[in-house]
Ligand binder design. Structure first.
Ligand SMILES: [Fe+2]
Length: 261
C-alpha cells in the first residue's frame, strides 16, 4: 500500500490565503507530483478551507479531483461539516451521518479509519462518548492492520496555539487505542509541522501543512506565525518486509541529486 497524506490546505475562495499563501497553486503542484508517485490512495487530514466556506471548499475539491488515486478526507477546525458535505464528493467523504463524519475504508491489506475530531464550536479537538464508542466498535470488528486519520493530534506537541486547550476526550480515546494493537499509525494534521510521538503504544504523526509551516520555538518564547513554504506532504508505504514506513517530503528545489561516491 502506498499512501500520500496532505494536510492543512487552508484554501481561500479566490485570492491568496491571508493575502500571502497561494494555496491553489501549491495544491495544483502537489497533486501533479503525487500523481507521478502513483499512490494507492491519498488522505487529506483536515483544514481544507481557511474559513470553512462552500466557495473555499469547492475550490479545493476542484483541484483534489485531479488526483488519479482515490482520496479520503476528514474535517479540521477551519472546515464546516455542511460545506464539506456540499462540496466534497461522497466517495471522498463517505460519512453522511449527523453528529460526526467518521467512517472506515477497507483498503487491500489495511483498514483506514477516518475519525472526525472536529468540534463545530471550538478550534480544539474533541472526541465525544459517541465517537469513542463508534471507534471501539469499528476497531473490534477486525484485527487487520489499521491507520486512524484525524485532524487534531490527541497529545500536546509543545505548540502553544494547539496545546491550549488540549483535545477534549483524549483520555477516552487513549483507552480505546490502548486496547487495539493493530493500530499502526494515528495520522493527524493541525499543528502545521511534522512531529511524532509514541502514545499508549501507538505512533502518532502529524503531517506538515500544504504550504504554511509554523514558526516555532520549544519554549514558547516567541509568538508563532507561519512561513509561506513549498508544498509538503507525508508518504506512507509498506516495505518488502511488511513494515510501514513514513517519509516527509517538501517540493523545494535543492541542488542535486549527487552520487555518494
Ligand atoms: Fe491548519
Amino acid at each position: 500500500m502506498k499512501i500520500a497524506q496532505i494536510s492543512d490546505l487552508h484554501m481561500g475562495a479566490e485570492e491568496k490565503t491571508l493575502g500571502i499563501v497561494d494555496a491553489a497553486g501549491k495544491l495544483e503542484k502537489l497533486v501533479a507530483h503525487i500523481n507521478g508517485l502513483q499512490p494507492d490512495l491519498v488522505l487529506v487530514s483536515g483544514d481544507i478551507a481557511h474559513e470553512g466556506s462552500v466557495a473555499e471548499t469547492t475550490r479545493a475539491a476542484a483541484l483534489l479531483a485531479n488526483l488519479t488515486a482515490p482520496y479520503y478526507l476528514t474535517p479540521g477546525n477551519h472546515d464546516t461539516r455542511s460545506a464539506l458535505q456540499a462540496a466534497i464528493p461522497q466517495a471522498a467523504l463517505p460519512a453522511r451521518e449527523s453528529g460526526h463524519l467518521s467512517y472506515c475504508i477497507e483498503a487491500e491489506t489495511l483498514r483506514i479509519i477516518a475519525l472526525d475530531s472536529s468540534d463545530p464550536d471550538a478550534p480544539h479537538g474533541r472526541i465525544c462518548p459517541a465517537r469513542a464508542a463508534w471507534l471501539e466498535t469499528t476497531l473490534a470488528a477486525s484485527d487487520t492492520p489499521t491507520l486512524i486519520f484525524m485532524h487534531h493530534p490527541p497529545i500536546k506537541f509543545a505548540v502553544e496555539e494547539t496545546d491550549k486547550p488540549p483535545m477534549e476526550g483524549a483520555d477516552m480515546l487513549a483507552k480505546v487505542v490502548a486496547r487495539h494493537p493493530q493500530i499502526e499509525r494515528i495520522l493527524c494534521g493541525h499543528i502545521h509541522l511534522m512531529a511524532q510521538a509514541l502514545w499508549h503504544g501507538r505512533l502518532v504523526m502529524t503531517a506538515p501543512s500544504l504550504g504554511m509551516r509554523l514558526s516555532w520555538h520549544p519554549d514558547h518564547i516567541k509568538t508563532s506565525g507561519f512561513f509561506d513554504t513549498p508544498p509538503a506532504f507525508l508518504w506512507h508505504m509498506h516495505n518488502e518486509d511488511g513494515v510501514l514506513l513514513s517519509h516527509e517530503f517538501t517540493l523545494d528545489q535543492p541542488d542535486g541529486p549527487f552520487g555518494f561516491s
